[in-house]
Design a protein around this ligand. Structure first.
Ligand code: ATP
Length: 363
């Protein structure tokens, strides 16, 4: 992967407060990269440093081979898409989109041509003469996108691009955004607090907390192989078992867990030693639930009692109480109608999973 954006040891202090703490990051050309984290974790500050609206306290930013750390925003090959309310209410759609080029004094003919292309791209050709108030939230968002893209930046920065939209529209707009990014091949860096959005949109995600990256990886890596408790909890639901390591293998470990009443195997690439306290984590949908003890050799298999259950149409959720009192969440796809009929509250059940479905969490 050739780095296109290269962030090295970037920090930002506001007085004594460290908003961004020594972050390193490489983003490839054409990536749709998301910075994901809760409120106040520093993601907007990081984006603003990329845009040039904030000067780093230390570290460097390179874009396409040029050190831009101390360049003014307008000198960078970067544009930022603000939320949809940043479009001008008194200008129609076409004028809003043309704004950046008009300010630069680009010839009218060229402006008309590029506005036409942008209207096509964001599918607003028939809306060119409307004022923002005559548009839906999703259409306004597309105007803001077109306005940012018309200047043909190498990098587009998007701060919570879909936050103003309701859930249904947000999902639809996510796909439009992905298609447009794919068509243009421009590198997108998106800041969001919405994990589903980040998972759907991104080629890779950085999960951020208290100014630092807790993990950087593809959506699949982040979901399937979270490195730590924070990432595991932030993305989806996960069951964790406190355990003490008894064996270390090439790509994983075995650990005894009082909570599970069993020795558990798990994948783990971090440095782990025998005797170390860890957590073994497994997602609810990786766990099988059955009345009969499963006979799959090598699977982890624990007895418990159904404490609670919920039917959600396409799947059922169970809370299973183990002998230790530990509650485990299980999510089971309802492929056959019969499955849920067999399980009731207080039923004795077996929960089981493949050893490779579990991962080690260190902190
Ligand atoms: P949100 O999703 O709530 O916008 P965020 O992750 O984008 O959160 P930032 O805006 O990057 O968070 O802010 C990170 C931290 O830095 C916050 O605690 C914030 O209060 C602080 N901060 C941001 N800008 C300034 C500033 N100009 N002066 C002082 N503190 C600031």
């Amino acid at each position: 992967m050739k780095d296109f954006i290269h962030i090295k040891g970037i920090s930002k202090l506001f007085g004594d407060f460290v908003a961004v703490d020594n972050v390193d990051l490489e983003i490839a050309r054409g990536e749709l990269f998301s910075i994901l984290g809760g409120s106040g974790c520093g993601k907007t500050t990081l984006l603003r440093m990329l845009a040039g609206f904030e000067v780093p306290s230390s570290g460097t930013i390179e874009i396409d081979g040029t050190d831009v750390t101390h360049q003014a925003p307008y000198d960078r090959p970067v544009n930022m898409m603000f939320q949809s309310y940043a479009i001008f209410p008194h200008m129609d759609v076409a004028k809003n989109i043309a704004y950046g080029l008009r300010k630069e004094g680009v010839a009218k003919q060229e402006i008309d041509k590029r506005v036409g292309e942008m209207l096509e791209l964001v599918q607003l050709v028939d809306f060119r003469n409307r004022k923002p108030e005559q548009l839906s939230g999703g259409q306004r968002q597309r105007v803001a996108l077109a306005r940012a893209l018309i200047k043909q930046p190498k990098v587009l920065l998007l701060d919570e691009p879909l936050a103003a939209l309701d859930k249904k529209l947000r999902e639809q707009t996510q796909f439009e955004l992905m298609n447009i990014q794919d068509e243009l091949g421009i590198t997108f860096v998106v800041v969001t607090h919405d994990q589903e959005e980040a998972m759907t949109l991104s080629s890779r995600i950085a999960v951020m907390n208290e100014g630092r990256f807790k993990q950087v990886g593809t959506p699949k890596e982040i979901y399937e192989f979270p490195h730590n408790r924070f990432v595991a909890d932030f993305i989806g639901t996960i069951n964790t078992f406190e355990a003490v390591v008894t064996v270390v293998n090439e790509d994983g470990i075995e650990a005894y867990s009082d909570e599970a009443g069993e020795t558990l195997s798990a994948l783990g690439r971090q440095l782990i030693e025998v005797g170390q306290n860890i957590e073994v984590a497994v997602r609810p949908e990786k766990i099988f639930i059955s009345k009969e003890k499963p006979e799959e050799a090598g699977d982890v298999c624990i007895e418990g009692v159904v404490d609670d259950l919920g039917y959600l149409g396409n799947r059922s959720l169970y809370r299973v109480r183990l002998n230790s009192g530990k509650m485990v969440q299980v999510s089971s796809q309802n492929r056959r109608r019969s499955i849920t009929r067999f399980l009731e509250w207080e039923d004795k059940v077996w929960i089981s999973w493949r050893p490779r479905s579990a991962v080690v969490l260190l902190d």
